[in-house]
Design a protein. Structure first.
Length: 372
């Protein structure tokens, strides 16, 4: 089984731009600065020639404060290592997009590679997409980027279209007055041209696997439950894209706004525990046919949920939903503890599988002063 899983890693990662020492960092689950929570692909497993649509979920800043970047120029790098995409020449015509939360690429028709003799692996290929969010101004090699460039890149890069397809223009930066080839990761600076640091720049990449005859669907979220009651969902999947959370002016609880009691204690066990979970369809846990056909190992997907909030805390920010060998786990809820100050709160649940699938939901609530 370990050999089967080795070719199926978690394939969307966020890379912090800087590593810093100093005061204790906030919990991973706390949204108190610019964050990328997920990249959702229309096809976590793609087929040759397929167009894959990508949607970037980021939070922790206002839309007019943030510049965004997508870049695609790399398939099948040596060793399937993303770093090779940054040191070698492009393997597909580069395409970039700025200030968009959605990006589309076309998987090359010839992406599938035959496995090494005796490896036992299925024939597959990989495509790498890079992305970034910047609370400031994006630059490449110290030169500013036109924030209205859109998909297709800078001046001289054509009129956009689908990355890697014949509908796009010439590779980014190859003509006109653009700042040069855009094949690499951007920097982020403030109004004075100084680097913004890790609080203002988040960079990531996603690896898309391509097979002939194998597909993988994104997890299915049917709603959200708090303390055993289904509540209104603020947004689900595509509805959240490009619409980061902003606290409302609401003061108090309403039928559509789940209510939590504030708690001044710094010890969670002294506070009221609110049980919450996304409602995930059992069909989300698909059978891993690649592992079955290649190695004869009959397993399912690993499926888990990550919880986030802007106020308050959890007793656990990560819960397993489906185990690859033992199956479904009904109790994947977490306990949420409200903050000490009253006011609006937001909750996120990001559900992932181990083959690149992801779905997410956001819920609004209100922390109301307790009677104690």
């Amino acid at each position: 089984m370990s050999r089967a899983l080795r070719v199926l890693p978690f394939v969307s990662l966020t890379l912090w731009a800087f590593v810093a020492c100093g005061p204790e960092l906030s919990p991973v689950s706390k949204i108190d600065t610019l964050r990328i929570l997920a990249l959702r692909k229309s096809a976590p497993y793609a087929t040759p020639g397929e167009v894959v649509d990508l949607e970037l979920l980021w939070e922790g800043a206002k839309p007019d404060e943030v510049e965004r970047f997508f870049g695609f120029w790399c398939v099948n790098p040596p060793g399937n290592l993303y770093g090779q995409c940054l040191t070698n020449v492009p393997t597909v015509p580069p395409s970039v997009a700025f200030n968009q939360d959605k990006f589309s690429i076309q998987i090359p028709e010839d992406i599938i590679r035959e496995p090494a003799p005796g490896s036992g692996e299925a024939a597959y290929g990989t495509a790498f997409v890079f992305y970034a969010v910047c609370r400031g101004h994006l630059t490449f090699n110290g030169r500013p980027i036109d924030p209205d460039a859109g998909q297709g890149g800078l001046a001289g890069s054509g009129q956009g279209g689908v990355a890697g397809s014949s509908s796009g223009g010439t590779p980014a930066g190859t003509g006109g007055n653009g700042p040069g080839p855009i094949v690499g990761l951007p920097d982020c600076v403030d109004d004075e041209g100084e680097p913004v640091g890790s609080a203002g720049l988040v960079i990531g990449y996603s690896q898309i696997f391509a097979y002939d005859g194998y597909k993988n669907e994104n997890p299915i979220i049917d709603g959200f439950e708090i303390n055993g009651t289904k509540v209104a969902v603020d947004c689900l999947n595509s509805e959240c894209i490009g619409k980061p959370y902003e606290p409302s002016d609401a003061r108090g609880c309403t039928p559509d706004l789940p209510c939590f009691s504030t708690c001044a204690s710094t010890i969670n066990t002294d506070c009221e525990a609110n049980h919450l979970r996304p409602l995930v369809d059992r069909a989300s846990a698909e059978r891993d046919l690649v592992a079955l056909d290649t190695f004869g190992t009959d397993i399912g997907e690993s499926l888990w949920v990550s919880y986030f909030t802007d106020q308050g805390s959890f007793n656990g920010e990560l819960r397993l939903i489906n185990d690859a060998t033992t199956g479904w786990i009904e109790d994947y809820k977490t306990d949420y503890y409200a903050p000490k100050e009253p006011g609006p709160v937001a909750l996120w649940a990001v559900v992932r599988d181990n083959r690149g699938g992801v779905s997410f939901a956001r819920v609004r609530g209100y922390a109301e002063a307790s009677d104690e």
